[in-house]
Design a protein. Structure first.
Length: 327
């Protein structure tokens, strides 16, 4: 199969088609997304070597569980050992021996095929397009904020960052009725939030505020310092950014203001799928361009340009792999 590989650089490779293990499914890719984490991985984040990519929708083409055959699916990206204390608490994302699709010890979605445990899969309802389904993973990450915190509808909340994740966070948080402001550096990106009734502001160095909560989704190593300056005493900062660059700031203001800082990572897929199915969140305005998978290197280059939102990769029509040799 054709795949993109991160090693010393991002390059095309030919790899054997993966063979699903016990309890796993082989999935033929239909569409994949490029996110900021993928871009950071090409810069050395997590020291990952392998096939990147974790946002996908595909079709199950081989599986011991016959009921999954032929289903269109998305998949949760963390595969735990199943035996440790974290796994027994259904917190595979914190398993010390976990594999993370396209990020840690497991080849990801920028290939024609991938494998995942069947328990990680979620069927995609027919009413959801591939273009929307591919947003399930980052939308679930936005939903995780609601799992971690009780949001008061009277809160003033700022989302710091106008990129892909920030846009999804603002779309989820608006369902709480809270008073929302998006702060970013790109007028054309901020404009995507304005039809939702969200106030927008251009970021200025030295900004301060009295927000009850700030979600830091800027993708910048300086985002935490800015978020601390924007939140009120005893407010909450939610950290969403993952960057290769180190974050070096004076934490004294966080102590003096008695701020609660919450890290927030992967989230629940089932609510994200329901949001898409019920039309509660419209993700399609966030798609900048769809490339054929054969142009994936060009797509990565495009994704790094300022002003880009979501870049998708379309794997196109595929032959019936069920009749092909699986070697």
């Amino acid at each position: 199969m054709r795949a993109l590989m991160v090693d010393t650089s991002l390059k095309w490779v030919d790899l054997p088609r993966p063979v699903p293990g016990d309890g796993e499914a082989l999935i033929r890719l239909r569409m994949a997304g490029i996110c900021n984490t993928d871009l950071e991985i090409t810069r050395g984040y997590m020291h990952f070597s392998g096939v990147p990519g974790h946002e996908f929708v595909g079709e199950v083409v081989a599986c011991d569980a016959a009921e999954w055959m032929g289903r269109r699916v998305v998949g949760e990206i963390n595969a735990g050992c199943g035996m440790c204390a974290m796994c027994r608490r259904n917190l595979e994302r914190h398993c010390p021996d976990r594999q993370v699709l396209g990020i840690q010890n497991r080849n990801g979605a920028l290939a024609e095929f991938l494998t995942l445990p069947v328990k990680n899969l979620h069927e995609v309802p027919g009413s959801i397009s591939d273009e929307a389904a591919v947003f399930t993973e980052p939308l679930a990450a936005a939903c995780e904020i609601l799992q971690q915190l009780r949001i008061d509808p009277d809160w003033r909340i700022a989302v710091l960052g106008d990129g892909k994740l920030g846009q999804l966070v603002i779309r989820v948080l608006r369902l709480t009725g809270a008073d929302l402001t998006m702060i970013g550096r790109h007028p054309e990106k901020l404009a995507l939030a304005e039809p939702l009734g969200v106030r927008t502001r251009l970021f200025e160095p030295g900004m301060t505020g009295t927000c009850d909560m700030v979600v830091e989704a800027s993708g910048s190593s300086g985002g935490l310092e800015a978020a601390i300056a924007l939140v009120r005493p005893r407010g909450i900062v939610v950290l969403k950014s993952t960057t290769h660059d180190a974050c070096r700031i004076n934490m004294a203001p966080a102590v003096v203001k008695e701020i609660t800082i919450t890290g927030s990572r992967c989230g629940p897929f089932a609510p994200a799928v329901r949001m898409l199915e019920q039309g509660l969140v419209d993700v399609l305005p966030l798609v900048t361009k769809i490339f054929p998978f054969s142009d994936a290197l060009e797509a990565f280059g495009k994704a790094q340009h300022p002003g880009m939102m979501k870049i998708l990769l379309d794997f196109g029509p595929r032959p019936d792999v069920l009749s092909q040799n699986q070697e």
